[in-house]
Design a protein around this ligand. Structure first.
Ligand code: TRP
Ligand code: SF4
Length: 541
């Protein structure tokens, strides 16, 4: 069985914050850091069996940033954010800021309808709904093309599951009148955008990112560009900060989407010091010398390229913070430019603008400027203003002006039987369609972080950080009630709480949650019928 949903990929690892011993610190007491020991190494594969044994590696190796660092900037953070279940992000700040300032923002995520919705999907449903309630335009899509091409699901199965996902999403509070629902196969705009984005990507790249090879279906590749279009779809009308809440297995998609968004842009804005281009490391070097050298020390008070070259050559290598290649290429460039004055400027590089757009940009740049074949240098506009201007000119001239999409990542849940949660092992997970009594039983039979005996538990306390039952409280059962989640944690690690009673309480709450959720699903049937999404695919094979 290959992984296709948060359950399949799920495998929590070591605590992100250091273990239960941190319990004294209020934040970490709420953290659900439970995890199975001995998990695999980190591998992020959207269709494989990716697993995460150590969330810290995602920061170091993949450049995902810690969510805690933006938490302060989020208005009324969701409990999944407060408890570290949402542990990572890429570039979430623009979204947080937009929510804070009541500016346009969007949230979008997609679901492959391969089975019943389960408590892992609920995390994502909740994330979408929360952003919608904070004022973001909300989008949820059914990835039916992907389910068909990458999972071989029939259209009948897809329709059945899609309907069920949507009912749960609506039952949990998604407002379909205010938000957008669609399925990939019937969204013409998404497919047109996918086609356009496909022109910016090629097979070698897909090979490198996804491990595709000569045997890979073309439709599978098409489902990738479709997902890229999904991710950028909220920005089709106008660019806006957009967050994609997903599991970390989807990060390769997010990175590619961020790249493609950038490649679609008409202009690239950068900082320069003379007419020639500098690589980032070269620019840092020149910037350092520019700041240090005093033009008054040179002829006619002008600092020229050769002067910087001379100063560089006179500086002992040990004082220069750059490698030999950078140094020699900078020297070559500076010497070739010779007597050209060194002057900081903001550069608009023409990447894929139309002639009209390039002319419009030239007109729009205020103050002193210099126009070249494929770039414009502006001397009186700072970087941020230039970025804004470039986007405006692009949008006014028929471009999209995409902002790179942001993402947030939630932890995978640990299976109730320990190890991974897997849709192929019913006892390991809880479906949102499980009979409430079955949900009760599953929780009652779950593994725990408890000790061998009650005495030992009273003495040493339980290991809440390694307990799937505690995870259920933190991820779901405690809802918005931090105090309750903290009490369970503190009582567990303090030895006051014993597993039997703890599970009884959790099982009871699970039963109530499932009964209530299923009742709400029934109530939103009509709402779904009225929603603007095709529930039946015209395709039948
Ligand atoms: N690939 C996702 C999955 O495996 C589904 C998906 C399709 C998606 N398009 C998306 C997720 C856009 C987030 C954003 O479940
Ligand atoms: Fe888990 Fe509860 Fe036992 Fe603690 S007391 S280990 S939280 S089941």
């Amino acid at each position: 069985m290959t992984g296709d949903d948060p359950l399949e990929e799920s495998e929590s690892g070591e605590p992100l914050t250091e273990g239960g011993e941190d319990a004294a610190e209020p934040q970490s007491a709420l953290r659900a850091d439970g995890g199975a020991a001995g998990a695999d190494d980190v591998a992020l594969d959207p269709w494989g069996s990716s697993s995460v044994s150590d969330y810290r590696k995602l920061f170091d190796e993949f450049g995902i940033e810690e969510f805690d660092e933006v938490l302060d900037e989020v208005p009324h953070p969701h409990y999944l954010m407060r408890r570290g279940v949402i542990f990572g992000h890429r570039d979430y700040r623009p979204v947080a800021r937009a929510l804070q300032n009541d500016e346009p923002a969007a949230v979008l995520s997609g679901f492959m309808p391969t089975g019943d919705p389960h408590i892992g999907h609920k995390l994502v449903f909740d994330e979408i709904i929360w952003h919608q309630q904070q004022g973001a335009d909300a989008y949820a899509l059914i990835a039916d093309l992907e389910a068909n091409s990458a999972r071989g699901m029939s259209w009948a199965e897809i329709d059945e599951h899609a309907r069920s996902y949507l009912l749960s999403l609506l039952a949990l509070g998604f407002d379909p009148e205010d938000g957008t629902l669609y399925r990939q196969s019937t969204n013409r705009e998404v497919q047109d955008l996918a086609f356009e984005l496909g022109a910016e990507a090629n097979f070698s790249e897909f090979q490198a990112i996804y491990g595709f090879d000569g045997e890979t279906d073309v439709s599978h590749m098409q489902s990738v560009v479709t997902q890229m279009a999904d991710i950028l779809y909220p920005q089709l009308e106008e660019p806006k900060p957009t967050v994609i809440p997903v599991g970390p297995d989807q990060d390769p998609h997010v990175r590619l989407a961020r790249d493609l968004a950038e490649r679609m842009r008409f202009f690239k804005v950068s900082e320069a010091y003379a007419s020639f281009e500098l690589e980032p490391a070269e620019r840092d070097l020149v910037a350092g010398f520019y700041d240090r050298l005093d033009p008054a020390d040179f002829d006619d008070d002008d600092l020229r390229c050769v002067h910087v070259a001379e100063a560089l050559e006179e500086t002992p290598l040990s004082d220069i913070d750059a490698d030999a290649d950078t140094l020699s290429s900078v020297l070559t460039k500076l010497n070739e430019a010779g007597m050209e004055p060194v002057r900081p400027r903001t550069r608009f590089f023409d990447r894929r603008a139309t002639d009209d757009a390039f002319d419009a940009l030239i007109d729009a740049v205020e103050g002193e400027k210099r126009v070249y074949e494929s770039h414009v240098d502006a001397f009186e506009i700072d970087r941020a203003a230039a970025e804004e201007l470039a986007r405006q000119v692009e949008v006014d001239n028929g471009g999209y002006g995409f902002q790179p999409p942001s993402s947030i990542y939630h932890r995978f849940m640990t299976g109730l039987t320990g190890g991974k949660m897997s849709s192929s092992v019913p006892a390991s997970h809880i479906s949102l369609l499980d009979d409430p009594e079955d949900g009760y039983d599953k929780v009652k039979s779950a593994t725990t972080g408890g000790r061998e005996t009650a005495e030992e538990q009273r003495e040493k306390g339980g290991k809440a950080d390694e307990c799937p039952v505690y995870e259920l409280y933190a991820y779901l059962l405690a809802g918005d009630d931090d105090e309750f989640a903290k009490r369970v944690y503190d009582e567990c690690v303090g030895g006051e709480r014993l597993c039997g009673d703890c599970k009884e309480q959790a099982a009871q709450l699970m039963k109530e949650f499932l009964a209530d959720h299923q009742e709400k699903r029934a109530e939103v049937e009509e709402l779904l019928e009225d929603a603007d999404i095709e529930l039946e695919s015209p395709r039948r094979r």
